[in-house]
Design a protein around this ligand. Structure first.
Ligand SMILES: [Zn+2]
Ligand SMILES: [Zn+2]
Length: 859
C-alpha cells in the first residue's frame, strides 16, 4: 500500500521534522549534521542560508505535471508577495546564476538527485544548499506541499484564511537570509480533514493547509484515495429488495426482525451466510466501478439495534463486545475481497456498540477501522488522565492498537446543536491529534461545522486543526494564539483574553462538554456572557482598519449567539405571554445578530437546521409566545401551547425550586410529549396546540393532526400533585404511540450515584443507579430500571440539594421507562413510553401520570 507508515514513524520523535543532508550540499550545512530535528530546534537554527533576493528565476520543466506547474506559479506569487521581487518561470535552466527548481524533472535536469521513493504522494524535499534551490516531492501533491512549506518553514509565512495570508515584513529586507538547512517531510497521517465550510468551499486554500480530502482542480494534486467510512450495510442489503422474502437477513431486535430503523436503516444479521454472499457481491461491484478508491465500506448503521439472534449473540458474548460479530463478518468479507483485489481495504466502524475491541478477533490486515470518539469530552485531551469519559476511549484505542493495522479516527470537534456557541476545546485539539498519531492512527477526520460557514471562530479553528493534522505534536493553544496575533492584529489581546478566560472557566467549573452540549455544560449564563461580550467590545474598540474591524466583528458572532441562548433560558411571564428575559441585554440583540449573520454568510445554526429557520424561531419567541400559567399553594407551572405545549417552569412554592431543567435555550426541547409514530408533535417538528380550557389550576390544550386525529392534553394541579393526561381520538386507523420526555434539573453535575440517586418502585423502592460508572449502566444494571414498570413509580433525588421528583402512574400503563442522566448537562429525564395501541377510526385511548415534588428520599 502507498504511504505505508513504518511503525517507528508513528512515534512522536519521528513525526517531527526530518533534515535530509544530501552529500553534494553538505559542505555548507555541516554544522546541522542531524537526521531529524524538532520544531523547537528548527526555530532556533540561525538564518545563515542563502539570501532570497539573490535568486533570479524559477525553473519548471515542460514535462512537469499540472500540479508541479501550479506549484511553480504559486512559488512565483508567494515569493513576490513576500520579497516584492517577481521571478520569471522558465522551462529550462540555460543560464548561470541562482535558480529555484520546482518539481522532480527540473531538479534532475539540473544534475541533482531527486529520490522520491519514500515520499509517497505527499512527502517532499527542500534542498537549499547549492546554486540551485530545489523543491520536489512525490506525485501527486508533494511538490505543491513543498512550495507551501518552504514559505512557512523558511519565511514564517502563514496561510490564515482563504483571503488572508500573513507575510512577515522582513521578506522585503534586501539582506533577508533563510536558514541554512535542508528540510524534508512526510506527513504521518494519510487522511487529513479539518471539516469546516471554510476549507470545503475553498479547495485551493485547503491545499495550502495540506488538507488532502477537499477535491478541486487537477492542479491541486488530487485528493487521497481513502474515503470516510459511512453507515452502509442497509444499502448493501437493501430491505426494499430483500426485506419481504428474507426478513431473516436483518437484525433480530426485541424478538422481531426489523426492516425499518432510524439512523439510515436496519442492522444486518451478520451470521447469516447468504448475507455474506450479498455483501461480497455488492462490494466487488463497487470496486470495479471505482478503481481509484482505496477503501470500500461494510459499516453498521447509525443506531444500536444490533442483531440478538442466538448465533450473533453467542459471538458477542464470547468476545465480550458487539464488535465480535461485526469483525468476524468484516474479516470474512475482507478475506474474499483480498483474493481478487489485494490492494483494497474494507472499511468498517469501531463506533458506539462496536467501539470496544473484541477479546480474541483481530481485524485482517486489509481491514480499515474508523474509530469514533462521539462519547468523549472535548474540553480535555483524549489521553487526559483526569477525564474519565476520555479514559474509556483510550482503553479501547489501546486495545485496537494490536488488533488492527489500519486505524483511522473520527473525532468530534464542535457543538453539533449550536455551531456558533463558544466551544472550549482549543487546548485539547493538538494533544488529542498527537495521541492519535502516537497510537497507530493513520488518518483523522476532525468533524466540525463542515456543512456550515462562519461558525464560532471557524477561521481560527480551521487553521489550528489543519496545522495539527499536518504535523502532530503541534500545540493547538499556541497555534490559536499565533492566529489571533496575525489575524486580529491590534485587536488580538482581548480575544486572547476571552479564550483564556473561557477555557480557564470550564476547567475551574470542572465541565466535560462533549459534542452535543447544552448551555449548562458550556457554563453559559447571564454573568459569563456579559464577560465574554466585554472582551469582544474591547477588541472592536482597538481595531484601526476596516479589515481588522470586520474580522473581529465576525469573531464576535459567538458572543451574540451566547447572549441569545441565555436570554431564552429563563423566560419572563407577563399577561399571558412568555418572552426572553432581556435584563441587561440590548433589546436589538436578535436583529443585530441577524444582521451580522447576513453580513458574514452564516448558513447554518447547527448540523440540522439552517440559520434562517433558527432566526424565524427566535423571532417568534422574541415577539412573545402564548403561555398558560397554573398556580395553587404548592405549584406554579407554565405551559407554552404554541411550542409542543412545553412545560417551561414547574416551581414548587414551599421551597421555591423550579425543577425543570432551565439551563438550555428554548430552541431545543424541554419537558414535552411527542408521537413516535403517526402525525403529531415531534422533537424536531414543533406544533402549536390551541388552548380550549383554562382556569387557575387546569388547562386543556388540543391540536388536530394532519390525519384528523385529535390530541388533547390536560394539565392540572391537585394539592401537591400535577396531573398529566393525554388523549388521542383517531379519525382514521392509526397507532397510539407517544413518548413522555420530561427534562429535570439534576441539582448538581455529580455522577456519584450516592449523591444523585435514581429510584423505581417494584414492590418496594429500589435505587436503580447503584454502581453506575460515568452515569452509564451496564446491560444488567439497566434492567433494574424496568422494575419500576411494576410498581408505577420513577423518581430521582439529589441528596446534597435535598430535593427530587417522582412520576407516578398506574402499573401496567406504560411499556417502558428510560433514564437519561447527564451530569455534564446537570440533567435527568425520566422518560416513559405508554403502551402502543392500534386504534380504529373513531376509537380513542389515553394515558396519565402525576408529578410530585420530593423533599426527602423515597423509601
Ligand atoms: Zn443474527
Ligand atoms: Zn473531560
Amino acid at each position: 500500500m502507498e504511504n505505508k507508515l513504518k511503525k517507528s514513524v508513528q512515534h512522536k520523535i519521528l513525526i517531527s521534522l526530518l533534515l535530509v543532508l544530501s552529500s553534494s550540499f553538505f559542505i555548507k550545512c555541516s554544522q546541522k549534521e542531524k537526521s531529524q530535528i524538532s520544531e523547537e530546534e528548527w526555530a532556533s537554527l540561525p538564518a545563515d542560508g542563502p539570501n532570497l533576493s539573490a535568486y533570479e528565476r524559477i525553473i519548471c520543466s515542460s514535462e512537469a505535471t499540472k500540479s508541479e506547474l501550479y506549484a511553480a506559479s504559486e512559488f512565483q506569487r508567494l515569493f513576490k508577495e513576500f520579497t516584492g521581487k517577481e521571478l520569471a518561470i522558465d522551462k529550462t535552466d540555460s543560464q548561470s546564476g541562482k535558480s529555484i527548481l520546482i518539481g522532480v524533472e527540473a531538479t534532475v535536469a539540473a544534475g541533482l538527485q531527486a529520490n522520491t521513493e519514500k515520499m509517497g504522494e505527499e512527502g517532499f524535499n527542500i534542498d537549499i544548499a547549492g546554486e540551485k534551490l530545489a523543491i520536489y516531492g512525490g506525485h501527486s501533491r508533494g511538490t505543491l506541499y513543498g512550495v507551501y512549506e518552504f514559505f512557512e518553514q523558511y519565511c514564517d509565512v502563514r496561510y490564515l484564511t482563504h483571503d488572508h495570508t500573513f507575510y512577515p515584513a522582513e521578506g522585503k529586507d534586501k539582506d533577508f537570509r533563510i536558514k541554512g538547512s535542508n528540510y524534508s517531510y512526510v506527513p504521518p497521517f494519510a487522511f487529513r480533514w479539518s471539516y469546516y465550510g471554510e476549507t470545503n468551499r475553498n479547495p485551493a486554500f485547503a491545499a495550502q493547509l495540506h488538507t488532502n480530502t477537499v477535491a478541486g482542480d487537477e492542479k491541486l494534486g488530487g485528493i487521497t484515495g481513502y474515503k470516510l467510512v459511512i453507515h452502509n450495510v442497509a444499502n448493501l442489503v437493501p430491505p426494499a429488495i430483500y426485506g419481504k422474502e428474507h426478513p431473516e437477513y436483518y437484525a433480530l431486535v426485541n424478538g422481531r426482525r426489523v426492516l425499518e430503523m432510524h439512523g439510515g436503516g436496519p442492522q444486518l444479521c451478520l451470521t447469516n451466510p447468504e448475507v455474506l454472499e450479498i455483501v461480497v457481491k455488492a462490494t466487488l461491484d463497487a470496486i470495479e466501478k471505482n478503481p481509484k478508491i482505496k477503501n470500500f465500506n461494510v459499516a453498521h448503521m447509525d443506531n444500536s439495534s444490533y442483531c440478538t439472534c442466538k448465533l450473533c449473540a453467542a459471538i458477542d458474548a464470547r468476545e465480550e463486545s458487539h464488535a465480535g460479530t461485526m469483525f468476524s463478518f468484516v474479516n470474512a468479507v475482507a478475506e474474499r475481497i483480498e483474493k481478487k483485489h489485494p490492494e483494497v481495504l474494507i472499511g468498517t466502524y469501531a463506533y458506539q456498540y462496536t467501539r470496544k475491541p473484541p477479546k480474541t478477533i483481530r481485524a485482517h490486515d486489509n481491514v480499515l477501522i474508523q474509530l469514533c470518539s462521539i462519547e468523549c469530552c472535548d474540553f480535555h485531551a483524549i489521553d487526559d488522565p483526569t477525564c474519565s469519559l476520555n479514559q474509556e476511549f483510550c482503553a479501547d484505542m489501546d486495545g485496537w492498537k494490536d488488533k488492527a493495522k489500519n486505524i483511522f479516527i473520527w473525532h468530534y470537534n464542535t457543538n453539533f446543536r449550536g455551531y456558533l456557541l463558544p466551544f472550549p476545546n482549543l487546548r485539547s485539539i493538538g494533544k488529542s491529534v498527537e495521541y492519535f498519531a502516537n497510537n497507530n492512527g493513520r488518518g483523522v477526520f476532525m468533524q466540525a461545522a463542515g456543512n456550515g460557514f462562519s461558525t464560532e471562530l471557524s477561521d481560527l479553528r480551521n487553521y489550528v486543526m489543519s496545522r495539527c493534522l499536518w504535523k502532530p505534536g503541534r500545540d493547538s493553544w499556541e497555534e490559536a494564539l499565533e492566529f489571533c496575533r496575525m489575524h486580529y492584529a491590534e485587536s488580538a489581546q482581548p480575544i486572547i483574553d476571552y479564550l483564556t478566560y473561557y477555557h480557564d472557566l470550564i476547567d475551574k467549573e470542572n465541565r466535560h462538554p462533549g459534542c452535543f452540549p447544552t448551555e449548562a455544560s458550556l457554563f453559559l449564563n447571564s454573568e459569563t456572557v456579559k464577560r465574554i461580550d466585554n472582551y469582544f467590545a474591547e477588541a472592536l474598540a482597538l481595531a484601526k482598519s476596516d479589515d481588522v474591524r470586520s474580522r473581529v466583528e465576525k469573531a464576535s458572532l459567538c458572543s451574540y449567539r451566547a447572549k441569545l441562548s441565555v436570554a431564552t433560558m429563563e423566560l419572563k411571564y407577563e399577561n399571558g405571554l412568555c418572552k426572553p428575559s432581556l435584563d441587561d441585554v440590548d433589546e436589538n440583540l436578535l436583529s443585530r445578530y441577524a444582521e451580522l449573520c447576513a453580513k458574514y454568510n452564516v448558513s447554518r445554526e447547527n448540523e440540522y437546521i439552517k440559520n434562517d429557520v433558527y432566526l424565524a424561531k427566535m423571532c417568534k419567541i422574541y415577539s412573545g409566545m402564548t403561555a398558560v400559567r397554573l398556580e395553587n399553594d404548592y405549584w406554579r407551572v407554565i405551559v407554552l401551547p404554541e411550542s409542543n405545549a412545553k412545560i417551561v417552569e414547574m416551581t414548587y412554592k414551599p421551597t421555591g425550586r423550579n425543577v425543570i431543567q432551565p439551563a438550555r435555550s428554548l430552541d431545543r426541547f424541554r419537558f414535552e410529549e411527542w408521537v413516535r409514530q403517526g402525525d403529531g408533535p415531534k422533537a424536531d417538528g414543533i406544533l402549536a396546540y390551541k388552548v380550549i380550557e383554562k382556569s387557575p389550576i387546569k388547562t386543556v390544550v388540543a391540536l388536530t393532526a394532519k390525519d384528523g386525529a385529535l390530541i388533547e392534553r390536560t394539565i392540572s394541579l391537585a394539592g401537591t400533585a400535577i396531573h398529566f393526561e393525554t388523549t388521542l381520538k383517531a379519525k382514521k386507523a392509526r397507532a397510539f404511540d407517544f413518548f413522555v420526555h420530561p427534562e429535570y434539573d439534576a441539582g448538581s453535575g455529580s455522577d456519584d450515584p450516592q449523591e444523585v440517586s435514581i429510584y423505581v418502585k417494584a414492590k418496594e423502592w429500589l435505587q436503580a443507579n447503584q454502581g453506575w460508572v460515568n452515569a452509564k449502566p451496564t446491560d444488567e444494571q439497566s434492567a433494574l430500571i424496568k422494575e419500576g414498570l411494576k410498581g408505577g413509580s420513577f423518581a430521582y433525588f439529589n441528596k446534597k440539594e435535598d430535593f427530587g421528583v417522582e412520576q407516578r402512574f398506574k402499573p401496567g400503563a406504560f411499556e417502558d421507562i428510560n433514564l437519561y442522566w447527564s451530569p455534564e448537562r446537570i440533567q435527568i429525564n425520566l422518560e416513559m413510553t405508554p403502551i402502543v395501541k392500534k386504534l380504529k377510526a373513531g376509537e380513542q385511548a389515553k394515558y396519565a401520570y402525576e408529578v410530585h415534588y420530593l423533599a426527602k428520599e423515597p423509601n
